[in-house]
Design a protein around this ligand. Sequence first.
Ligand code: HSE
Length: 298
Amino acid sequence: NEIKIFSPATVANVSCGFDVLGFCLDNIGDEMIIKKTPQKGIRITKIEGYDLPLNPLENVAGVSALALLEEAKPNFGFEIEIYKKIKPGSGIGSSSASASGSVFAINELLGKPYNTHQLTAFAMKGEALASGAEHADNIAPALFGGFTLVKSCNPISILKLPTPAALYATIIHPEIEIKTRHARSILPDQIPLKTAITQWANVGSLVHALHTNNYQLLSSALQDVVIEPYRKTLIPHFDTVKKQTLRIGALGCGISGSGPSVFALSEGLEMAKNVEKVMRDIYFRAGITFTTYVSKIN
Ligand code: HSE
């Protein structure tokens, strides 16, 4: 009648795959406790860590849980406690962790009536509250794990991609806030055909690289000619971080989701830690407060 879960942080877009690619981090995430109650509906009784609304209609975990209940129609309800570790607005899937955590846990307590694709659809209702658009590129990796590709949102179709064993992510979160809504509003409606060709060649190559453990191909595919040129203007020292992490041997470096976090991928833990040091030095010298993470992709 009660379940405690870990709901992981995720990196969306992965450079070339805006709104379709994402991966799941192993050691960063929220904790949630969900209890069955005789009273129908959803109550959020506690949120620790960050100041977020308890009203389920204003909270992504509540909205996604209500979407599930509307369909399942149980004659009981649920209480949710959220121990938030992922800072909202940090660009590593804070809202998706809440939105997917509540539906995953409730599904377990109901005896798993829904599959992971159906849970993705419920969680997207919550995510839409945060970003103003329904996209599943953080939710899919949070629920499926590893690397995922959102083939389609309507109907929901998610592909789980393999993860090369030695792949590690380094993340730096500079303490500035970027709202996904705003980061989406500055993007162009249309892109030149030539730019699109480069981008989809990279997405295809990246997927192939994951399937074949080809780190060199992965590295050359980790480029974003569509979104990054616009959004990098919102992130201080982005170009320096990218240049210096690539120079010491990172496979790629880009904006995590809609930012401000920046991610890099490396082959091996040692390189990932070297990349972390380079990132920290840049923001330290710039006088910007930051948090860093190194994680396996899982
Ligand atoms: N794909 C989304 C974006 C992820 O970049 O706007 C952020 O939630």
